[in-house]
Design a protein around this ligand. Structure first.
Ligand SMILES: [Zn+2]
Length: 202
């Protein structure tokens, strides 16, 4: 794994991850677990798979840019990290996590660090790139609602045109009317900021 300019290692863990290899038979899905190194830098999370039985080597298996990580959740199978890959959503489970001493490349004994890793990822990735919830548009106010809010007893004598001051019947429904004299459009929601257009009884 070669670091990019400005990239630095934040933390490393020994762990196992889900890996895919060419199925050996029809019954074999190809998926299995492999040991390796999970490397967190200031830019990305990378899994390096252990290779070689006799001589320790590492193969770059996958990388997730921190800004593309959408969740990091701890569950009984380990730490599930999901991110948006280049072409599709990706995910992996990391378990048996163990802190790694970067100088000796040996485990330091701490185990089950999934919870801590999830917290670190949340802090490092800007609490994940979840899209903001869609804003709910304000309900369109209708005249009937205005009437119920303005005069609980329904005691409204009329509606005054803001342009020509003609007084017309207060609409019983709908959310807009046109003044019969000057054709000015009057919307029910305008009455929230223009309550003086409501002619009350008495
Ligand atoms: Zn008018």
């Amino acid at each position: 794994m070669s670091l990019r300019p400005g990239e630095r290692i934040v933390r490393m863990w020994k762990c196992r991850a889900d890996v895919y290899s060419e199925p050996a038979s029809d019954e074999d899905s190809g998926w299995g677990k492999s040991g390796g190194l999970l490397v967190l830098t200031n830019l990305r999370l990378t899994f390096l798979q252990n290779t070689g039985l006799l001589k320790r080597g590492y193969l770059h298996y996958h990388s997730a840019e921190l800004g593309s990580i959408t969740t990091a959740t701890v569950h009984k199978h380990g730490l599930l990290v999901e991110w948006m890959g280049k072409y599709r959503p990706e995910k992996n489970n990391y378990d048996k996590m163990e802190d790694l001493d970067a100088r000796t490349m040996e485990g330091t004994g701490g185990t089950d660090l999934q919870r801590a890793a999830a917290d670190i990822l949340a802090a490092r990735s800007g609490a994940f790139a979840a899209p903001p919830p869609l804003a709910t548009p304000p309900p369109v106010l209708d005249f009937n609602t205005v009437m119920r809010m303005a005069a609980p007893g329904g005691r409204i004598a009329g509606l005054r045109c803001p342009k020509c001051s003609n007084v017309m019947q207060f609409p019983a429904y709908g959310n807009e009317v046109w003044c019969p004299f000057c054709q000015t459009n009057i919307r029910a929601e305008q009455l929230q900021t223009w309550p003086q257009l409501i002619i009350r009884e008495g």
